[in-house]
Design a protein around this ligand. Structure first.
Ligand code: OAD
Length: 255
């Protein structure tokens, strides 16, 4: 752990870069929702420690929908009950103050929108929606009973799947294109709570840096990005660091 002075100095530098940039994009991952009780995917206490990630593989899902759904149901129930935490609200405040142009999120929990952010690119979809694999109808997940698994479309009886990107599926085209544009155009990219291990999202900070952006990473642990692409590493939890940045940015806004 770094000394407190070093941390303060790095945070000041981050605030300076953010307040002088015209376009700032955030790339968020599971870490930003940990304080909401949603477990991350990797590391201690992660989902993939408890369950085989094959349940989120599209081919496995199509062959064994009931087995996949048994695990997915657990995730659905946690996500549906979750509320945004102070880290999500801090990003909403940054957008309001003009210090955040967009969020590219790998999370499927919809919590950035719940917190009030208006420009959110859902890179991996959103489990608060379900899609019928036959007729492509979309349903709010809360309207679909999971008492009997797998769930089927109320209209055509096709198999329902969370409207999230599974392993083996492509990123939705519009989200991929917009994320590339934002990564190329931003002057600062905030990389928050992601292990940086899953492509193509993990490539976005590299694309941003290639186009001149300053990369500010917020994570309690170093990641594969820290030594390769990060310019300023703010070590700590998103729910602790982001409110501090917002306080300093508010002071600049009012001053
Ligand atoms: P991971 O679970 O791989 O990584 C979570 C990151 O959050 C780690 O680097 C942690 O150190 C960090 N972290 C933990 N608590 C934190 C906190 N309070 N504040 C900030 N950071 C914290 O999650 P992702 O990188 O999001 O894909 O995973 C990427 C993709 O892999 C997911 O979107 C998912 C998964 O397979 C799909 O669903 C398609």
């Amino acid at each position: 752990m770094e000394g407190i002075n070093k941390q303060v100095e790095k945070r000041r530098e981050a605030v300076k870069r953010i307040s002088s940039a015209k376009k700032i994009t955030a790339l968020t991952g599971a870490g930003i929702s940990v304080a909401c009780g949603i477990m991350p995917f990797r590391g201690r206490g992660g989902l993939w420690e408890k369950h085989d990630p094959i349940v989120a593989d599209i081919n496995y899902f199509l062959e064994h929908p009931a087995k996949s759904w048994a695990v997915l149901k657990e995730i659905q129930e946690v996500v549906e009950k979750a509320l945004p935490n102070v880290a999500h609200f801090s990003l909403a405040r940054m957008e309001d103050m003009g210090f955040l142009s967009s969020i590219i999120t790998q999370n499927v929990d919809g919590l950035h929108q719940e917190a009030g952010n208006k420009v959110v690119i859902e890179f991996h979809g959103n489990t608060r929606r379900m899609i019928c694999l036959e007729c492509k109808a979309l349903y709010p997940s809360v309207e679909i009973s999971l008492d009997s698994l797998p769930p089927f479309c109320p209209v055509c009886r096709g198999l329902l799947k969370p409207d999230a990107v599974f392993f083996g599926e492509s990123i939705p085209t519009a989200a991929l294109l917009q994320a590339h544009v934002d990564a190329q155009q931003c002057e600062v990219m905030l990389v928050i709570g992601t292990s940086g291990l899953v492509e193509p999202a993990a490539g976005l900070p590299f694309l941003a840096q290639k186009n001149g952006a300053c990369i500010i990473e917020i994570n309690p642990e170093e990641t594969v990005l820290t030594d390769s692409v990060t310019d300023i590493f703010l070590e700590g939890k998103a729910e602790e660091i982001l409110p501090l940045l917002v306080d300093e940015l508010s002071a600049i806004n009012e001053g």
